[in-house]
Write a protein that binds this ligand. Sequence first.
Ligand code: DX5
Ligand code: ZN
Length: 229
Amino acid sequence: MSNTTYRIAPSILSADFARLGEEVRQVIADGADWIHFDVMDNHYVPNLTFGPMVCQALKPHAVTPSGQAVPIDVHLMVQPVDALAELFAQAGADLISFHPDASTHVHRSVQAIKAAGCQVGVTFNPAEPLDVLDWVIDDIDLILIMSVNPGFGGQSFIDSALRKIEQARKRIEASGKDIRLEVDGGVKVDNIARVAAAGADTFVAGSAIFGKPDYKAVIGAMRAELAKV
Ligand code: DX5
Ligand code: ZN
């Protein structure tokens, strides 16, 4: 994995909601590669966050200090999927991931997100197999492995996710496609190297970054760990 370009995607779920625009600008200035945007609907998951209007409001803030746009990585924890995915595409999302068990027609959701102009990801909960990839891997840009049960920040990393990351990496290699492998939940400075060694190249971190006063120090420590892999 030595040639891997790692991406760190802070989840604004753990940011200060009263100052979201500033938080997004700050974490990008401090080294974030993507902004992870957790959408919860109090139906698919037992929590409620923000919708496309907040995404649209944050879009102009998702820039580096020199004005370069930073991708907004929308993680939909909603059911049904398609109508909200379309609204997030219009609101400036760059990537949209959804949970296959929240969509009645998974292939249709994949195609709809692509047709709306976004990159598309499929997401797997801790107890879900990767089987659906047999049928959509040729059409997707990202696989998102949940290493906690979706719904809340600040949970502990579930170790069995490491085996699933290894399996997902094998599937990506077999496909020959350029697909990112993202991991979400409980990722910290002290376990990010293990997650990368299992095959992940993109790391969501909410409480590990926004829970600390110095985002730059945390992101820097994560990159130092990744450099050892
Ligand atoms: C959980 C969300 C995660 C969460 C990660 O449902 O999808 O993105 O914010 O938070 P931490 O890094 O605190 O586990
Ligand atoms: Zn997430």
